[in-house]
Design a binder for this molecule. Structure first.
Ligand code: AMP
Length: 253
């Protein structure tokens, strides 16, 4: 039996009453792994670099009987800039290559840079006009119900590339789901973890890691999903939040 296990934590009360987002996590596991999974999530919420959570919400939900969609793991590339200015420039170029217009790239980047605190989800932005499309404010749209199929093989692949850390593991699974949403063409992300400054741009062509997307010590990070104008917002949000997805590690690796 498969279960979606998800966690969100905040400081200063629940998110709904204005608490500051601390951390979140998403897994799909069999029943015998629920305890270790929730324990790991609790430990993480209590020891995050963004601060200690005083509100933790963990949901365990049986997804048996739901159609689980399989999507491929995105190939990973790295493009290195020497500082934050170059890092962000590389992110902009990568978004342009994925088909987002210059105007939308600039607006999406500006929306991320304008954040004064972290959201718990992502902003949905039109890939042509750059206008924000969702009305979730600081909450954002959360991607949920996804996991990797062969964790060990996945970790080995990342180990070989010298990037086997929780940030890459989770972001790669999330991005592999995100780029398969209908009419969603690219994602821009950098973490809100003050110690992790590498960001990425993801599209169906791959996951491009970009060191130095923000200054070390910054608590500000976020995600922007670029959506085609013809995309139906409701079905995109429904896919991101509700469709169970297992990311498949390629067999030839
Ligand atoms: P992280 O990569 O975990 O440091 O998260 C960076 C930012 O991405 C967070 O502040 C949120 O705005 C956003 N984010 C994190 N997890 C999710 C998720 N599951 N769905 C959508 N956005 C997320």
């Amino acid at each position: 039996m498969l279960y979606s296990v998800r966690m969100r934590s905040a400081q200063g009360g629940a998110h709904e009453v204005g608490g500051r987002h601390i951390s979140g996590a998403e897994r799909i596991v069999s029943q015998d792994r629920i305890e270790e999974t929730t324990n790991a999530m609790l430990a993480r919420a209590f020891s995050h670099t963004r601060g200690k959570a005083d509100f933790i919400n963990i949901v365990v939900e049986n997804i048996e009987g739901e159609r689980v969609q399989e999507v491929p793991l995105l190939p990973v590339y790295t493009r290195i800039g020497r500082d934050v200015v170059m890092g962000r420039q590389i992110a902009e170029e990568s978004l342009l290559e994925s088909g987002v217009t210059l105007r939308a790239v600039q607006n999406g980047m500006a929306a991320l840079l304008a954040l004064t605190d972290s959201m718990r989800g992502a902003m949905l932005v039109c890939a042509v006009t750059g206008q924000r499309l969702d009305d979730t404010g600081m909450r954002g749209v959360r991607v949920s119900r996804m996991d990797i199929d062969h964790e060990e093989a996945f970790h080995e692949i990342l180990e070989d590339k010298g990037m086997n850390n929780t940030h890459v593991q989770e972001a790669l699974v999330l991005a592999s789901k995100v780029v398969t949403a209908p009419n969603l063409i690219a994602e821009l992300c950098w973490s809100d973890d003050p110690e992790y400054t590498t960001g990425y741009v993801a599209s169906a062509a791959g996951y491009i890691r970009i060191p130095h997307c923000k200054p070390l010590g910054s608590l500000l990070g976020g995600r922007v999903f670029f959506v085609k104008p013809e995309g139906d917002l409701e079905s995109i949000v429904d896919y991101l939040a509700n469709q169970p997805v297992i990311v498949k590690v390629p067999e030839e690796l």
